[in-house]
Design a protein around this ligand. Structure first.
Ligand code: F6R
Length: 609
């Protein structure tokens, strides 16, 4: 069966116990998948493997009970399966003949290769394409009797995408690596070197790294690294120093990365705003070049990134009166919306690697449409391929559920809308003055939201229930979509967000005694309307948690719990109002004892369709 995976790979050679270094690396790579993991180390006489279904913690426990041999060289893998069950047979490393390897990517021609290798006598035990790649490499090694020559030969035979870290039974002093499309970096330490899908896997040990490119092979020993092209000509690469802070991949004193990342939001928002407007909000043309040319804006993303885009669509249409559509990338890539020379397509992605978003970008580029990317990860595929890139300054986000990156996306999109509003003469000088004042106060407002002392009480109203509804109108409905996604993905409570006026067209039948309904009320012009919808659910027994920015004229009998939101400019309100919904989701998941940073079935970057 075809195995398509996202997966994380790590390899180590150096002075310390490889098992410890590999496990440490795998914990940092779990965001790429965590349904099974494995490591292989070079023992005295042979390579030994350990594989486990489940999270890296399971692998660690297994190694603690039955230690692997002492070794200073090894490879490791954490997997996210879409095809082929996550079991110990399909789990990496895969071993065949002289080769033991870990793989990230898809070998597209693995069926053809498998048939021909079976004829040569190879027997396969797993459903994976990765085991076929190992056999292919072994067959090439039998012919060449030279590790790098075998790799160069296999490179030409393997179609699709791959990043490999490889151990050769015959070459006990080195790790070998090669890549095509899937990411791979090599970290340089003192008498130790690393290979990984992402620098976070070894950041606490070394910040110095090189990026392996397509058609490059590497031989990594504990005290040197050599990179070659496919003709085995050596390529000299100057190491880069990562600007990432090693603390960004540590939980520090927080129980979960999600909580740590929510607490980073005030700083992230400040950094993002400063990066876009070093001086003044009145001129953002450097950050958003040529925006005046476009009168048809498409915003594209997946999940929370799409919900951030929906906020922008709402603001651009409502406050700038410009045509803007927001699309789900997995749909957009197969649709044919109308484009013309005045169309700008804006792609939003934290990782910059989401397969559907990337495919959507590539598609519109074929039509000659101009593209912006709003991306968090520097150097990611989306950032390289868009015509113009705007970086959110969220730093490394570890928790699978996005929080600070979503907030920073809202910041960029709000500033983009403000810039458009200025270009289209839709902002009064009073509006601009208000925005200027509030921009500098945003971190304080967010901090106040985070420090609210009664999230436990609010969460208790929800965390014992199986069904929850969010309701709101206008921007409140769109923020509710994100609040609801946050709740369901980490607490596993079924949750739906509805336009407040739509509930009575069917879904209100699900409201029974004590059903939690979270009502968001920022929209001043729709205030009365939303209030009457809240009364409708209250009359049917709902337990209403009201998030509102104006308590005037609200009688106590319409809600059970109430949270007072600050009142900000309509361009900035969302950035602050989302924070309590994130905190609420976090607290509910904690009360339910969920694995908050790594919810089941998910992965941080979704690099498969
Ligand atoms: C939800 C979440 C996902 C991502 C989505 C897109 O908390 O994190 O919905 O927003 O998978 O990912 P990126 O932004 O990396 O393209």
């Amino acid at each position: 069966m075809e195995e398509i995976n996202m997966c994380g790979i790590i390899a180590y050679t150096g002075k310390t116990q490889a098992v410890d270094m590999l496990l440490a690396g795998l914990f940092h790579l779990e965001y790429r998948g965590y349904d099974s993991s494995g490591i292989a180390v070079l023992g005295k006489n042979k390579i030994e493997l350990r594989k486990k279904k489940g999270k890296v913690e399971e692998l660690k426990k297994s190694i603690l009970c039955h230690p692997l041999p002492k070794s200073t060289i090894g490879i490791g893998h954490t997997r996210w399966a879409t095809h082929g069950v996550p079991n110990e047979i399909n789990c990496h490393p895969h071993q065949i003949g002289n080769i033991t390897l870990v793989h990230n990517g898809i070998i597209e021609n693995y069926k053809t290769l498998k048939n021909s290798l079976e004829k040569q006598g190879y027997v396969f035990v797993s459903d994976t394409d990765s085991e076929v790649a190992a056999a292919c490499l072994d067959a090439c090694y039998k012919e060449e009797r030279h590790a790098l020559k075998a790799m160069a030969k296999a490179y030409q035979l393997l179609e699709g995408s791959f990043a490999f870290a490889i151990l050769f039974e015959d070459h006990k002093e080195a790790i070998y690596a090669m890549r095509k499309h899937s990411p791979l970096v090599i970290g340089h330490g003192e008498d130790e070197n690393f290979v990984a899908s992402d620098i976070s896997a070894f950041l606490q040990f070394s910040k110095k790294f090189i990026t392996l490119q397509h058609e490059e092979l590497a031989e990594i020993k504990k005290d040197n690294v050599h990179v070659y092209n496919l003709e085995l000509k050596e390529i000299f690469k100057e190491p880069e120093i990562s600007l990432l802070d090693a603390n960004s991949v540590q939980k520090n004193n927080y129980d979960h990365f999600m909580l740590k990342e929510i607490h980073e939001e005030p700083q992230v928002v400040m950094d993002t705003i400063h990066s876009i407007m070093p001086n003044d909000v009145s001129d953002l043309s450097n950050a958003f070049p040529n925006l005046e040319k476009f009168n048809n804006i498409h915003i594209v993303g997946c999940g929370s990134a799409m919900y951030a885009g929906m906020v922008a669509k709402y603001m651009m249409e409502q406050y700038v009166r410009i045509r803007c559509e927001c699309y789900c990338a997995s749909e957009y890539r197969y649709q044919t919306p109308t484009y013309d020379e005045n169309t700008l397509a804006v792609f939003i992605s934290q990782s910059g690697e989401t397969a559907d978003t990337l495919a959507a970008l590539r598609k519109v580029k074929e039509y000659g449409v101009k593209t912006y990317a709003i991306v968090n990860v520097i150097g990611s595929a989306l950032s390289k391929e868009a015509d113009h890139v705007i970086y959110t300054q969220a730093g490394k986000e570890v928790s699978v559920a996005t929080t600070k990156a979503y907030c920073s996306q809202l910041c960029i999109l709000s500033l983009m809308t403000i810039h458009l509003a200025l270009l289209h003469n839709k902002l009064s000088s009073e509006d601009l003055k208000e925005i200027k004042e509030e921009l500098s106060l945003l971190p304080d407002y967010i901090e106040k939201m985070i420090d609210y002392p009664y999230y436990e009480t609010l969460a208790q109203q929800i965390s014992t229930h199986d069904n929850v509804f969010f309701i709101g109108r206008g921007i409140d409905y769109i923020l509710s979509l994100e609040g609801s996604l946050k709740l369901k993905e980490i607490s596993y409570i079924h949750s739906e967000a509805y336009p407040a006026g739509e509930l009575k067209h069917g879904t209100i039948s699900l409201i029974e005694d004590k059903t939690p309904v979270i009502a968001l009320v920022n929209e001043e012009r729709l205030y009365e309307k939303t209030m009457s919808n809240i009364k409708e659910v209250k009359a049917r027994g709902a337990n209403v948690l009201l998030f509102v920015k104006d308590m005037r004229n609200i009688s106590e009998d319409v809600y059970d719990e109430c949270f007072l939101l600050p009142s900000l400019s309509k361009f900035l309100q969302g950035i602050v109002s989302i924070v309590p919904l994130q905190m609420l989701a976090y607290t509910c998941a904690k009360q339910r004892g969920c694995e908050i940073d790594q919810p089941r079935n998910l992965a941080k970057s979704v690099t498969v369709e």
